[in-house]
Design a protein around this ligand. Structure first.
Ligand code: PEP
Ligand code: MG
Length: 878
């Protein structure tokens, strides 16, 4: 490969080398679309720059200058000329697009000499000096690290002095003054003269773009979006002939999607600004006009735009996100990339493009990042309750879903409060890339400026969080942390609700409702169902959850955690009584009542999942989890003693004694799971009986129920056989009593390392396995699943000791090996044995890919993640 490629000579397939933007520009050049001439410095040069101690390799600048000469020939403009100066933009572009995360410099090549040339050539000195001013500001910020506010301050006071509102009203004289002030700002910051030589400017700019690859915000973005080195290694630099959207009223610049990025409709969607530069649209500083107006304002350019849109879509077979500029009536394309769309839009465009025969069904499925589907399952406002809440304001709906939270105006505070577990709505005039960490800790984002292509909108959409932008009636005041509209003021800490699908902001917490699955979504799910081979089950513990999971497409329940049923308010008291029982008779009485409750729960859940298997897991947590915390209880006792509340006191003391008896230093590895079943067999007996009796009742009603009983925390065949005897005894009793044969598969979780290693022994009794990868991961790493994510794990990821949390995405090399051993051992004894997974990993797309390859029978995930799992399973099998 070469270090530098002109657009027309690059291999546009090679995105790793050219970056997305470079590849797009060269592909558009090949398609003979109107792209300003330019060239790409490859990502390989970026890596060499870092290997070389942050210095450009020697051969790069001479090649760059050769390519500048080529541009001179193509455009007839000259570098560093006083007559017809060639100016360029210097833009970053990695293989995976990272919108706004890295740096760009415009109008490069301007200096005291060439600015005059530009003025003459365009017959517009105001334009020339304004371009020069913008150049110094960007260059100062990006190359020298000067704080933007310093420049803004100069600009604002110039406007005040000249008594004008808009930048465009500033006179040439004041622009010249601004330029000289701007230079002074840079010079006092760097203690060097502002570089006038375009060659030096270009060298510094290229280095600055390379540097921005390792800038903090770029690193955070890559981490959060799982952009690893194998998919984007370094940034390329694109040097492109400047074309100007700010040359007057016959010039414009805009950003459009070839299809609606919000709902997927087939229409060009986006914004443009007359007489402006591209950055103005992207930064959301000025709110753009809807692109449909361009049709009237500049019909010829609109036609060119719409032709380019369909040509690019046909070529890339993906909706595109396009930047264009119209310079004195001449239309140019500056960028094309795959449009980042909302989940809803991805689904609709997938279905539409199949109908249009642009893509096939497999492509339709694989182009949807499964993780994003969660956004479609977001809650919406309960329409019947909306009327009880005052509408504060309305803005542009930028990312769907409804969310409530407290108003927070400060980025740092949003991060702090969010991490402390508060629900936050981040309210800003506009957002910048460095604000991204606050997006993660907020439920939703609301800005008063910007359009659908602004930073806040794009970032939120990518994250599947509700967002409203351009809410111009909302007056935000950072000094006293309030916002106000239509006579109502909201202070920091007050609750609001935003609806990112409608653009409305409401006062207070509006109740939200479960989302509905659209027709297009159903279509995608049905294609995915037919394509996938993995089974999909749900982790569900209530009849409601079971119903929802089934609606979403679950084919059974892979994990019903029976202890969750004891946590319901009408049973927790009974369960505590059971623990406190002084003898077995007393415990027996309470267990009988609990058994009735469980039986009726099982009946409802099995009914909701009629025809499918429902894996019911017997009690897992240690008993003390159901009792009050001993320290808190001791404190309460202390207070009761003061109050002399004798009866309550006596009771509390008894509970405290029991809580202390049961307390453990390390409960996760303590008296839980099957160990409880062995020491308190009456509990497991009750649960097993409840399952059998539920089956009797349903069989009598001809409901096709398929319960399975699963034992947690098994580490040896001896434990499993011990419980199997109880199971056999109860089965026989219930069968005899009801004079019917009952089939309930008996299986085990594999969540203890020893269980995976001795799965061949377990399979002699167990009829099925289910991997509990939460505990298995905990045991394999000796990482406490409850603690690590808030403690050392973030630092592990920062230091690249771990790429992801092993509790979110399966650790293929370690835990994955145990799973493979477990499957091979189990199926060595019982061919075709049913083996599933029910840890949190069951809803994670990359873990699902692993499960598919490992030959698991099914994955089990929480109801809201079922559609993700279905699509991910289909993708794994394509
Ligand atoms: C597991 O350990 O993966 C599991 C599903 O069980 P629980 O999360 O209830 O411990
Ligand atoms: Mg477990």
């Amino acid at each position: 490969t070469k270090p530098v490629y002109a657009f027309e000579e690059a291999d546009s397939e090679n995105r790793m080398l050219l970056g997305g933007k470079g590849a797009g520009l060269s592909e558009m050049t090949r398609l003979k679309l109107p792209v300003p001439p330019g060239f790409t410095i490859t990502t390989e040069v970026c890596n060499k720059y870092y290997d070389n101690n942050r210095k450009l390799p020697k051969d790069v600048m001479p090649l760059v200058m050769k390519n500048i000469e080529k541009i001179e020939k193509k455009t007839g403009k000259q570098w560093n000329s006083t007559k017809n100066p060639l100016l360029v933009s210097v833009r970053s572009g990695a293989a995976i697009s990272m919108p706004g995360m890295m740096d760009t410099i415009l109008n490069l090549g301007l200096n005291e000499k060439t600015v005059g040339g530009l003025a003459k050539q365009t017959k517009n000195p105001r334009f020339a000096w304004d371009s020069y001013r913008r150049f110094i500001q960007l260059f100062g910020k990006v190359v020298f690290g000067v704080n933007d506010e310093k420049f803004d301050h100069v600009l604002e006071s110039a406007k005040t002095k000249q008594k004008v509102k808009d930048d465009s009203q500033l006179s040439v004289e004041s622009l010249k003054k601004i330029v000289s002030e701007y230079k002074k700002i840079c010079e006092s910051h760097t203690k060097r003269k502002f570089p006038d030589s375009p060659n030096e400017q270009l060298g510094l700019a290229i280095e600055a773009v390379f540097k921005s690859w390792m800038g903090e915000r770029a690193i955070v973005y890559r981490e959060k979006n799982n952009i690893t080195k194998d998919i984007a290694n370094g940034t390329a630099v694109n040097v492109v002939t400047m074309v100007f959207g700010n040359m007057g009223d016959d010039s414009a610049t805009g950003v459009v999607f070839t299809r609606n990025g919000h709902n997927g409709k087939k229409e060009i969607e986006g914004e443009y600004l007359i007489n402006a530069q591209g950055e103005d649209v992207v930064a959301g500083v000025r709110t753009g006009k809807n692109v449909s107006l361009l049709k009237k304002e500049m019909p010829k350019s609109y036609k060119e735009l719409s032709n380019a849109c369909s040509k690019l879509e046909k070529h890339f077979r993906e909706p595109q996100d396009i930047e264009f500029t119209i310079e004195q009536g001449k239309f140019y394309l500056l960028q094309t990339r795959t449009a980042k769309m909302s989940a809803m839009a991805l689904i609709k465009t997938s279905v539409d493009m199949v109908k249009e025969k642009l893509i096939d069904k497999n492509k339709a499925l694989t182009r949807i990042p499964a993780q994003q589907l969660e956004a479609l399952l977001h809650r919406t406002m309960d329409e019947s309750k909306v009327k009880n809440h005052k509408q504060l304001a309305k803005g542009i709906a930028a990312s769907p879903g409804a969310a409530s939270g407290i108003a927070v105006f400060d980025v740092k505070k949003a991060i702090e409060l969010g991490e402390a577990g508060k629900k936050i709505i981040l309210i800003r005039k506009e957002t910048k890339p460095e604000d991204v960490p606050a997006f993660f800790s907020s439920e939703g984002v609301l800005t008063s400026l910007g359009g659908k292509s602004s930073h806040a909108a794009i970032v939120s959409r990518g994250m599947g969080k509700p967002c409203i932008v351009g809410c111009s009636e909302l007056k935000i005041n950072y000094d006293n942390n309030t916002c106000a509209a239509n006579g109502t003021t909201v202070k920091e800490g007050e609750t609001i609700t935003i609806d990112g699908s409608a653009g409305t902001v409401l006062i207070g917490e509006v109740p939200t409702v479960e989302p509905k699955v659209t027709k297009d979504f159903e279509q995608i799910l049905s294609w995915a169902q037919k394509t996938k081979s993995l089974g999909i089950r749900a982790n569900a513990d209530t009849p409601e959850a079971a119903k929802l999971a089934r609606q979403f497409g679950a084919q059974g329940i892979g994990l019903c955690r029976t202890e969750r049923m004891f946590n319901a308010s009408d049973r927790i008291g009974l369960f505590v009584d059971m623990i406190m029982a002084e003898n077995i008779e007393e415990r027996g009485k309470v267990l009988k009542k609990l058994g009735q409750l469980q039986k009726s729960d099982f009946i409802q859940i099995l009914k909701a999942m009629e025809g499918y298997e429902v894996t019911i897991r017997l009690l897992d947590p240690p008993l003390h989890e159901f009792l009050p915390n001993p320290e808190e209880l001791a404190e309460k006792i202390h207070k009761l003693e003061k109050k002399k509340a004798t009866k309550e006191l006596k009771e509390a003391k008894i509970i405290l004694k029991r809580a202390r008896e049961l307390a453990e230093v390390n409960p996760m590895m303590g008296h839980r799971g099957v160990r409880v079943g062995i020491t308190y067999p009456e509990i497991y007996e009750m649960q097993i009986r409840a399952v059998f009796e539920a089956l009797v009742e349903l069989t009598k009603k001809k409901v096709k129920a398929h319960p399975q009983i699963m034992i947690p925390q098994i580490s040896s065949i001896a434990e499993l056989n011990h419980i199997k005897k109880i199971y056999d005894k109860i089965k026989k009793e219930v069968e005899t009593k009801n004079k019917m044969k009952l089939t309930i598969n008996f299986g085990t979780m594999i969540e203890v390392v020893r269980a995976a290693l001795t799965a061949n022994e377990l399979a002699t009794t167990a009829e099925f396995f289910s991997f509990g990868t939460n505990d298995l991961t905990q045991g394999t790493f000796s990482f406490s699943r409850e603690d690590v994510e808030g403690k050392f794990l973030p630092e592990y990821m920062e230091k690249e000791l771990l790429e992801r949390s092993p509790f979110q995405s399966i650790d293929v090399n370690g835990v994955g090996s145990l799973i493979k051993i477990g499957i091979a051992n189990g199926r060595g004894i019982r061919k075709n044995m049913e083996v599933g997974i029910c840890g949190e990993h069951g809803g994670d797309p990359s873990s699902i890919k692993f499960c598919h390859k490992a030959g698991l029978s099914y994955v089990s995930a929480s109801p809201h993640r079922i559609p993700i799992a279905i699509v991910a399973a289909a993708q794994a099998s394509i």
